[in-house]
Ligand binder design. Structure first.
Ligand code: MG
Ligand code: ZN
Length: 371
């Protein structure tokens, strides 16, 4: 009997101490973590110009093992057509992503009436988010121009360059120096950038691989006077530049960042009907994508969206193909009208499944970036 009472007493003491530690007295060292402060989500939009399913497939069947795209569990399809043409060009294609409007071919950052719309990158910049553009074309080319300029002509490179001065973009890496330095209006745009606290340098002064970015300034780095080289001819900055951009933008402030990275020359391989050009550009794109996904995975708060603006070349993989040795055929030297896959990775990726207009990408990105 005596033993039983002692036992019950011990149980009661035990219960009291359990309930005490769970509900009652809080150890001051174990303060509850604040849950109201949610770190904003960064967005990296990785565009493969002219990259449809055939370009990804051609690359995939040329290598062993899994490709970076397979790391994305949420995949959708966008309808790439322009306002005035079922077959879009890169200007209208990128403008759909940047301003959320179906516009006419050749138009960048403007609607069908030629009216300028603030782009997602410009809005991000205005709201204090860090922003960046890294491309393997000139930075005045249609795809980047749609994010940082406004013009009814994608070919108005000098006017586009002038717009970029006021874009607010924190980091710009790509070719096209001549449109900033040797202009028909004799303006010195480099001085304008410098007066806006940009650190401006180029391939002529230092190889990109030895570049050290001053953290207190913005960056404008020209990788070429005109078009950068194809990857197969020695262009080698995209992987380091995209990783540098992630680190640079991440440290810039405590807000989110928006980065647009473009594998520009997949499209050029398609126009040339040169499958080796396409595959070599895809090789770099895939290497770069793996690095970006690694970074995003580690960060845990970065959404990566990978897509094309349209398909180029009407590429097909024909009977007789074997892994590593494909029989391919192009049906056009222009663009085609097939739907384009969207691969998403990270927080919010689930939103990108389904079939939707290319303009939806803008709306979905905006919702996540400015929530
Ligand atoms: Mg492009
Ligand atoms: Zn093209």
């Amino acid at each position: 009997m005596k033993v039983s009472w002692i036992f019950i007493g011990l149980v009661l003491v035990q219960c009291a101490s359990v309930s005490n530690s769970k509900i009652g007295a809080v150890d001051p060292k174990e303060k509850p973590k604040p849950t109201s402060i949610v770190k904003p989500t960064n967005i990296v939009l990785v565009i493969g110009d002219g990259m449809g399913l055939a370009q990804v497939s051609a690359y995939m069947y040329n290598v062993e093992g899994k490709i970076a795209f397979e790391r994305c569990k949420f995949i959708g399809l966008h309808k790439s057509h322009a306002a005035n043409n079922l077959i879009t060009d890169s200007a209208a294609g990128a403008s759909a992503f940047s301003i959320g409007e179906k516009t006419n071919n050749a138009y960048v950052g403007v609607d069908v009436n030629g009216k300028s719309h603030e782009t997602i990158l410009e809005e991000a910049s205005r709201k204090g988010l860090a922003t960046g553009v890294v491309v393997s074309s000139t930075i005045v080319h249609a795809t980047p121009a749609a994010f940082i300029a406004h013009n009814v002509s994608r070919d108005a490179y000098e006017e586009i360059a002038l717009d970029i001065v006021d874009s607010g973009c924190d980091l710009l890496i790509g070719g096209g120096q001549k449109y900033f330095t040797r202009r028909s209006d004799s303006l010195d745009l480099i001085q304008k950038f410098k007066s806006k606290n940009y650190f401006v340098t180029d391939y002529f002064n230092s190889d990109y691989s030895s570049l050290v970015i001053p953290s207190s300034q913005k960056l404008l780095f020209f990788t070429a006077d005109g078009d950068p080289l194809p990857y197969s001819q020695g262009r080698d900055y995209m992987i380091k530049a995209s990783l540098d951009a992630l680190q640079f933008l991440d440290k810039r402030n405590d807000k989110a960042f928006f980065l647009m990275v473009e594998g520009s020359q997949i499209d050029w391989g398609g126009h040339a009907n040169d499958v080796n050009y396409v595959i070599s550009e895809m090789t770099e794109f895939n290497l770069m994508l793996n690095k970006i996904l690694d970074w995003a995975e580690k960060d845990g708060n970065t959404l990566v969206i990978i897509t094309g603006d349209h398909e180029t070349g009407g590429l097909s993989i024909n009977p007789g193909s074997v892994r590593g040795k494909l029989t391919t055929q192009f049906t056009t030297t222009g663009h085609s009208g097939v739907m384009i896959p969207v691969y998403a990775f990270g927080p919010g990726a689930v939103n990108f499944t389904g079939i939707y207009e290319n303009t939806e990408l803008y709306l979905m990105m905006k919702k996540i970036l400015f929530k």
